[in-house]
Design a protein around this ligand. Sequence first.
Ligand code: ADP
Length: 450
Amino acid sequence: MIRIKKMSKRIFLNMFIISSVVIALTTILTVVIVYKSFSNQNIAALKGELTATSSGVELNGVAFLKSLSVKHRITLVDSSGKVLFDNRNDINSLGNHNDREEIREARENGTGYSERYSDTLSRKTINVTKLLNNGDVLRLSKDMSTVWSTLMDTIFPMICVMVFAILIAAYMAGRVSKAVTTPINQIDLNEPDREKIYDEIEPLIDKIIKQNNQIDKQIEQLNMEHEKQDNLRRDFTANVSHELKTPLTSISGFAEIIQNGMVKEEDITRFAGKIHSEAQRLIILVGDIIKLSQLDGKDIAVKMEPIDLYETSQAVMGHLEAAAEKRNIKMFLSGKHLVITGAEQIIEEMIFNLIDNAIKYNKTGGKIYVNILKNDDGINLSVEDTGIGIKDEDIGRIFERFYRADKSHSKEIGGTGLGLSIVKHGANFHNAKVFVKSKYKEGTKITILF
Ligand code: ADP
């Protein structure tokens, strides 16, 4: 509502200024043109009268002038400048007239003309003169209003017209602003109707419709995303329960047999070992789940610090050396001491999982190459092995939680199926990308690009 008022005010002001300027200019111009033509007519008429009067004076002298009854002032001046006749003033009170402009002009040219303004500029006198045969000069003078006073006279009607213009402008401003704003205010933002608007706001309607469509699409996408997240969460919970249940069932089974006295004394150590390894598996699994949920939450308070990828890889390889040696696998580290800013514990975990996989999924006597280099895309850390490789159809899925490509061997190899998920989430946490290149039965190369 306030906007409409503001708009009316603006439209009103514009209309008022335009109409006032137009009215004032037209009035002034009309007055000047009419005045000019009126003034020219007056001068021409006075000159006509002068010619007629001068003929009379040539014939009958001053007596002719005395016999005349005219509205204008008539003056007769002799060649010395002395006034011989004046129908308005006593000739004895008048001084020498030879200094008058129009008299001098008549002596030089035969006729003369001059204008003299009153002090207030509100009136002026026009004088026309003619040189008679005997050397006298006859002058006719007439008073008339000036352009200025004529303009002053028109000021009142002009103000009246302006007031009228203000009223019309106010009325029109109200109507125009209403016609402009009402359809805009009535637009239903959810379902804009093209029928109810005028051409100028069609682009606005188009934009609203386009934006509505975009919002609908985004809502749809968000819903889909939510559904996907829900499904993932459900799958994850089901998987976690299953993964936890398997070792727990074994532990419970072994413990039960021991408890029932069904195990011979000498086998107890073997069974306790089994319980221990299953419990160990559980600990690793729970550890991985905790790490993943921390990375998922993204709100883990970690210290970001400079990390030398070469040194970290070297340390991780040291930890995994025994496991590699067990399978007679050789590890090689190459590249440069490149430094990134990151969370050390997460980076260590990511490198550990990659090298751990390269050992687990390698062939006995295989090789592992860890390389750190920098190229146009950024800093790369790659772990390459000469292992069993991954089938093309599995490559897209290995980052899923609990996904294992080679299900038949997964039990003996160990692992939780969460290692690469942790790598991927860790990479996301560091705004890094993970690339996989693998050839089935030949080997795999996984690269993290920071
Ligand atoms: P896991 O704990 O089973 O190793 P990961 O998430 O680390 O879980 O890996 C998922 C699956 O991807 C593995 O089960 C394995 O089938 C496959 N995989 C991972 N790394 C390699 C590799 N270097 N070579 C071959 N297969 C691999």
